[in-house]
Design a protein around this ligand. Structure first.
Ligand SMILES: C[S@@+](CC[C@H](N)C(=O)[O-])C[C@H]1O[C@@H](n2cnc3c(N)ncnc32)[C@H](O)[C@@H]1O
Length: 217
């Protein structure tokens, strides 16, 4: 099956900027205490795992969860990001793949993260991606979604002097919560924080749990 053009563009854009991006955001998690606290909460929800960090990028969130005792692996489109993730997190398995076709046994995951990765999926493809997340999780398993809050997508053509072609889909928490509910999840947590001075938008984190009997949906 040929992959959609937006997936190819996302992969080649991140491959171009992986090193610059990883260097720019080295201290991102250290500077976001609320995000770290929520990830700590998520780690308690999922216990030992297994957890898949989908769109793991340089693997910083994956590494934090690992340090909290969670059996976590990462998957991403970008080979350059995966090389950085492997170098920074020895012992953690990082695999190349797309969230549109996850290679995960149905019902096998205790948790799945999409930390600023669904932002590269257009609205019309979100139900299909969330259905895949739902299939991969066991009943009672938890999904984490983080994204920038807004109404209009942002198209970036440059990052750190590199030419890219990346669309960032900003969304309202209600919109994502509705899609999660339609995919068979109970939305348990919705947190919105206001932007830091250098950020253009508020940020949202949603945590949802796979409903019993929702495999029948
Ligand atoms: C903004 S970065 C976030 C990276 C990481 N989750 C973090 O929080 O640092 C978005 C990531 O999502 C990945 N991504 C986008 N679309 C994807 C897809 N269809 N399948 C897998 N990964 C994808 C990109 O390659 C990139 O690594």
């Amino acid at each position: 099956m040929t992959e959609p053009a937006f997936v190819s563009r996302t992969r080649s854009s991140y491959d171009t900027i992986a090193a610059a991006y990883a260097a720019r955001f080295t201290t991102e998690l250290a500077e976001r205490p609320l995000h770290r606290a929520l990830l700590g909460y998520f780690a308690e929800l999922v216990g030992e795992g297994p957890v898949l960090d989908v769109g793991c990028g340089p693997g910083r969130t994956t590494g934090l969860l690992r340090s909290l005792g969670v059996a976590v692996a990462g998957v991403d489109l970008s080979p350059s990001f995966l090389a950085i993730a492997r170098a920074e997190n020895p012992g953690v398995v990082f695999t190349e793949g797309s969230m549109l076709s996850l290679s995960v046994a149905p019902g096998s995951l205790a948790g799945l993260l999409a930390n600023y990765s669904l932002i590269h999926i257009p609205d019309e493809t979100l139900p299909e991606v969330l259905a895949g997340f739902h299939r991969a999780l066991r009943v009672g398993g938890h999904v984490w979604v983080a994204f920038q809050v807004g109404d209009e997508p942002r198209h970036r053509t440059e990052f750190d002097g590199h030419e890219i072609d990346l669309v960032f889909h900003r969304r309202q928490p209600e919109q994502v919560a509705t899609l999660l509910a339609e995919a068979g999840f109970d939305v348990r947590v919705r947190v919105v924080r206001q932007p830091e001075p250098e950020e253009p938008t508020p940020h949202a984190v949603l945590v949802a749990r796979k409903r019993p009997d929702s495999d029948l949906l």
